[in-house]
Design a protein. Structure first.
Length: 195
């Protein structure tokens, strides 16, 4: 026999429901309501407490609150950084600035050693520049063994999200850009302040 709320029944079913409703928005309340409703249900199955539709409704709403709260938590943890992270324009500006730093570091390296550094690690060891994938961009350096020149490219880690453009610089010091990952010395020149 299911009793809705007979006279003298404890206020637990109403408390469960009172926690479950705001628990649809606030995950901790949904968890508390679900735990309380599960205990109430277990006690009612063994006959210690009368069955209650209100407690059963609290269990359903608490479970729904846990599901929606988990989805919200996922969105906050994984999507919010993308939404409030640095804008694409900031990422692209930092990538171009890093490429210009690499150009200056390579210029210093060839002036001191007669050759361009073959890797970012060499430039870092000599204290010229430390290049790490950052600001949503990945950097790659190509230095041919025979010819005294170098090429460096910056590609967005997540095209369209962390950056739209691919960038290029070489021993000439001219910064170039393209929407294609095949950016090279034929790509459009980037007008930089003072450049």
């Amino acid at each position: 026999m299911i009793v809705v709320n007979p006279p003298g029944l404890s206020g637990r079913p109403r408390l469960i429901l009172a926690l479950a409703i705001p628990g649809l928005i606030f995950l901790p309340l949904a968890i508390i309501a679900t735990v309380m409703a599960s205990r109430y249900r277990r006690d009612s199955e063994v006959g210690r407490l009368p069955q209650s539709r209100v407690a059963r409704l609290g269990l359903v709403l608490g479970g729904a609150g846990i599901i929606t709260g988990s989805i919200n938590l996922f969105a906050i943890v994984y999507l919010l950084p993308v939404l409030i992270g640095p804008s694409i324009g900031v990422n692209e500006a930092e990538a171009m600035s890093t490429l210009l730093d690499i150009y200056h570091a390579q210029s210093n390296h060839i002036r001191l050693t007669g050759n361009y550094a073959a890797s970012f690690a060499v430039l870092d060891e000599r204290g010229f520049v430390s290049v790490k994938d950052h600001a949503g961009y990945r950097f790659e350096l190509v230095v041919p063994q025979i010819v005294k020149e170098f090429e460096c490219r910056a590609h967005p880690l997540k095209p369209g999200l962390s950056g739209r453009m691919h960038f290029y610089i070489d021993h000439s010091g001219v910064l170039r850009e393209s929407r294609s990952p095949e950016v090279n010395r034929e790509s459009a020149r980037v007008d930089t302040p003072g450049g």
